[in-house]
Write a protein that binds this ligand. Structure first.
Ligand SMILES: [Zn+2]
Length: 332
């Protein structure tokens, strides 16, 4: 309970310390129950390796298989071989081929548990923690599995673009700095390497109690190592619809955006912070920093995009009731 809630409750008449304590315990029990119920229902649905594999087969059949040889989508399922056979050229496709599980030997259950934990937890889940929970000996395969899942998350978000009213800004994220990098970094700029991430967030106007308020829509986060404005232009063009109105600060990096989009409203940085249209950019950047620092501490720049994918996937599906299904369908 935050001090603010405590003060608020104390100010209310007839509210004793024990009432507050009961309230806190109630909230905690509800949260614990909610978490374990989710975990229990997951374990009830996928109690064994076989149950996970059968579920995977059903989803794979449902989505369809494309023949790598002749591009036909007509296949027989060979249950004894656990393979798909093309009706045209008889080419066989294994169950894992062409999916996120391609070229891995880890059990289906590992993948299902990883996807469940990575989508059901609000914060991230480290590979060390997952290795420990699974009781697996080696760290590397678990780390690689989680990174493949993050790639799938990125592919899922690549299927849509942002539209209407979109804020754009750069965030500077502390990333792993080797001793050599520390020496090369100029004095006065600090010894910690910062990686630039271009953050784009939709603002959706909605009327509430007769007042128009801006709500947060979808977001995209792209690692952008270049200082060139052309790079920002290309990132924006790939991720935002051209008939959108953009909001940015007065940085020279955004100077060309007005040529590609309906309008680019540029405000000076201080104004930007208080501007309602861009408040979601600041909220997203501060949540991203907490997400990375809380679980992953300092990540290497070359893997940063994958962590950005995970953050954006969860953010964009914050209201989904079944993120697991959504991720699985995008991984097959
Ligand atoms: Zn074929």
């Amino acid at each position: 309970m935050t001090p603010l809630i405590y003060i608020f409750m104390r100010l209310r008449k007839n509210t004793t310390k024990s009432d507050i304590l009961c309230h806190v315990v109630g909230v905690c029990l509800y949260k614990i129950k909610e978490f374990y119920m989710n975990l229990l229902s997951f374990m009830k649905e996928f109690p064994t390796e076989q149950s996970c594999k059968e579920h995977f087969i059903t989803y794979r059949k449902g989505k369809g298989v494309v023949c790598q040889k002749c591009a036909s989508t007509e296949h027989y399922w060979l249950s004894c071989k656990e393979q798909f056979q093309c009706k045209q050229c008889r080419f066989r496709t294994t169950l894992r081929s062409g999916t996120v599980l391609h070229a891995t030997k880890l059990p289906y259950m590992y993948w299902y548990i990883a996807m469940h934990l990575m989508t059901s937890t609000k914060k991230g889940f480290s590979a060390h923690e997952l290795k420990r929970q699974l009781g697996h000996k080696r760290y590397e395969p678990i780390w690689a599995m989680m990174h493949k899942i993050r790639e799938s998350m990125g592919l899922a978000d690549a299927k849509f673009i942002l539209k209407d009213s979109v804020g754009i800004d750069d965030a500077y994220i502390s990333t792993y700095t080797s001793m050599q990098d520390r020496v090369e970094l100029k004095r006065g700029k600090g010894s910690q390497k910062k990686s630039k991430v271009t953050v784009m967030v939709e603002s959706i106007p909605l009327e509430k109690n007769g007042k128009e308020e801006m709500y947060m829509g979808k977001a995209k986060l792209v690692l952008n190592p270049s200082e060139e404005s052309e790079n920002i232009d290309s990132i924006a063009l790939q991720n935002i619809a051209s008939d959108s109105i953009l909001f940015s600060d007065k940085s020279s990096s955004y100077v060309n955006l007005k040529n590609y989009f309906e309008e680019n409203i540029q405000t000076i940085s201080e104004e930007l912070k208080s501007k309602i249209d861009l408040k979601w950019i600041n909220v997203t950047i501060s949540n991203l920093k907490r997400f990375l620092l809380g679980i992953y501490h300092v990540v290497k720049e070359r893997y940063l995009q994958e962590y950005l994918n995970e953050f954006a996937f969860k953010l964009n599906r914050r209201n989904y009731t079944n993120k697991f299904d959504n991720l699985l369908l995008n991984s097959i």
